[in-house]
Design a protein around this ligand. Structure first.
Ligand SMILES: [Mn+2]
Length: 194
């Protein structure tokens, strides 16, 4: 099976449309998987108090037609966590966000947003040793680490996965229009940019 791994969309309709179009052209069979931060929270981290908002529109960007484009399963990012934390409403969207899992397994690989470790930490420090292949996002920068060593990113080229420990940052949809195609059967990934 092939997976198109996309995340850090931050409510950007145009960027998501461009990426989905490229996925459809290059890998129409691929299963879409989200790495979190689908939505943009408009209340910054430093402005969080005990106050609970009752309207989701007051704390997040919900452009027209955007939600309809989110047809794929996703884990949660720090944006979704913040939106849930600062709101109190029966809006079904809040319940949906609250229920997004923290991690997901796709084939042999694991998906996690990446805000769980502090900036500057080695991302693999806090990961289970059983997680040999990990996809994450959060920093909006495409990266690959093989046995802890960073490698140069070349878009469109294949990287072997499945033998050593490989940790992959899939980049961001917002602004960069980056995503990763994971071909489970052939044990390769490809960094993509629409
Ligand atoms: Mn994030």
């Amino acid at each position: 099976m092939r997976f198109a791994i996309i995340g850090d969309i931050h409510s950007s309709t145009n960027d998501l449309a461009a990426v989905l179009k490229q996925v459809e052209e290059i890998a129409p069979d691929a299963k879409l998987v989200g790495t979190g931060d689908l939505f943009e929270c408009t209340i910054s981290k430093k402005n969080i108090t005990d106050f609970k908002y009752e309207n989701l529109e007051d704390v997040m960007l919900l452009p027209e037609g955007f939600r309809e484009m989110l047809t794929f399963p996703s884990i949660r990012g720090n944006q979704e966590e913040r939106i849930v934390f600062i709101t109190k409403t029966k809006d079904p969207l809040r319940t949906e966000l609250e229920r997004l899992p923290e991690t997901m397994q796709i084939g042999e690989a694991f998906v996690i947003h990446g805000h769980q470790w502090h900036y500057g930490d080695n991302p693999w420090q806090k990961l289970s040793p059983d997680w040999k292949l990990v996809f994450f996002g959060h920093t909006h920068r495409s990266e690959i680490f093989r046995n802890g060593q960073p490698e140069c990113i070349r878009f469109g080229e294949e990287y072997e996965v499945g033998k050593e420990r490989v940790i992959v940052n899939v980049g961001s949809v917002i602004e960069n229009r980056e995503w990763v195609l994971y071909d489970e059967d052939n044990g390769v990934i490809r960094f993509m940019k629409a």
